[in-house]
Design a protein around this ligand. Structure first.
Ligand SMILES: *Cc1c(COP(=O)(O)O)cnc(C)c1O
Length: 374
């Protein structure tokens, strides 16, 4: 039996009719950029994420870049974030000439350890990027309190966390700006690259709306130098067809994780596998179901899963501070030990909404057979 890490084909039947009708609509109208689909999607995402404003853009990576640009971050500035994240979080900072100041993670949630942030603040700190990794929010209340005391804006990288909540507040609605990715494999995925920025701040919304069309205030009158980063009508239409299903899909992910936990326990695997740490006051949307195993066996377990047709992944094997392209920043192995351990011990298992009971059985029994042999 084959169990992919995630499977988009299984999702398509739920939206096929609507996607086809929407494509027909768009091709009849022949308006492909900045049209009614995008506008409607912005309103729908703003409502879903509980913010006043939403601005579509071309990717989650661009959303991060635009967010930092809207806060006028550049050379000589520092931005605090986690080294345990996707590359784009760090690249947005360095691309603008600013310096990432990394803070180690809370090993239970894999998110930025808020207790370590204060020591990283300097007079040059211009923003904090809170990455809601795997679908669970950073502990936002103490982070926002600290940031507020120092007057530092918090950007939420919520590429993996649409619909997640911290103490009942939606991801992206708590900080200054939320950055969404609609990359096809994300919980809400377009038919290619797409992203969005959300905010409750009218002035930031106005700046972002200019920045993503080359800084135009009105056609051909450029008030600032922005970039060209818009969300195409086709993507907006696909996303609009999917959005009404998102809550069901999220609940299916949560249920799969709960079942995994029970079944791994029943199989006596709890001493070998560390389940994801979920904060009491958080709504985890499980973009990824990530467990921990001993570093010494992680790759052997991966090979065993792959040999049995089970998709798996490591998010992310190299922490940002150890990437070749960031060596000029002067970090070295050992600087962020909890992150480095997580990079060596974590393993993502399949937990996509359409996964069948038989597929889950196969994953549980394959993991169990590995530990029976070893
Ligand atoms: C996917 C992702 C991004 C980038 O989004 P793209 O749409 O692929 O550019 C940024 N940050 C995190 C944490 C992500 O998972």
């Amino acid at each position: 039996m084959n169990v992919p890490l995630f499977e988009l084909k299984a999702q398509y039947p739920a939206v096929r009719n609507e996607v086809r009708a929407a494509l027909e609509r768009i091709f009849e109208a022949q308006q492909f950029v900045l049209g009614p689909e995008g506008e409607a999607l912005e309103a729908e995402i703003a409502r879903y994420c509980q913010t006043k404003f939403a601005i579509g853009c071309a990717s989650g990576s661009d959303a991060l870049l635009l967010a930092l640009m809207s806060l006028e971050i550049g050379k000589g500035d520092e931005v605090i974030t986690t080294p345990f994240t996707f590359f784009a979080t760090g690249a947005a900072i360095t691309r603008l000439g600013a310096r990432p100041i990394f803070v180690d993670i809370d090993p239970k949630t894999f998110n930025l350890d808020v207790a370590r942030v204060e020591a990283a603040i300097s007079p040059r700190t211009k923003a904090i990027i809170a990455v809601h990794l795997y679908g669970q929010c950073v502990d936002m209340e103490p982070l926002l309190e600290l940031a507020g005391q120092h007057n530092i804006p918090v950007i939420e990288d919520m590429a993996q966390a649409i619909g997640a909540e911290d103490r009942g507040r939606r991801a992206g609605s708590m900080g200054a700006i939320g950055c969404l990715s609609f990359y096809p494999s994300k919980n809400l995925g377009a038919a290619g690259d797409a992203g969005m920025l959300i905010t409750n701040d009218e002035e930031l919304a106005r700046r972002l709306r200019m920045l993503h069309v080359h800084g135009e205030e009105r056609r051909y009158y450029h008030a600032m130098v922005g970039i060209n980063s818009r969300l195409d009508e086709i993507h907006a239409a696909v996303l609009r067809a999917k959005l009404p299903h998102l809550e069901d899909w999220t609940r299916a992910r949560q249920q799969l994780v709960q079942q995994y936990q029970g079944r791994f326990n029943d199989a006596g695997l709890h001493e070998h596998l560390v389940m994801p740490g979920i904060r009491d006051d958080a709504r985890h949307v499980f973009h990824l179901f990530v467990i921990r195993v001993k570093a010494s066996i992680r790759d052997a377990l991966r090979n065993h899963l792959t040999a049995n047709g089970i998709g798996n992944g490591v998010y992310y094997p190299v922490p940002l501070h150890l990437l070749e392209c960031f060596q000029y920043l002067g970090f070295k192995a050992g600087d962020f030990p909890l992150t480095e351990t997580a990079a060596a011990e974590t393993l993502a298992l399949p937990a996509f909404p359409e996964m069948t009971a038989a597929q889950q059985d196969h994953v549980v029994s394959t993991v169990a057979s590995f530990f029976q042999r070893n």
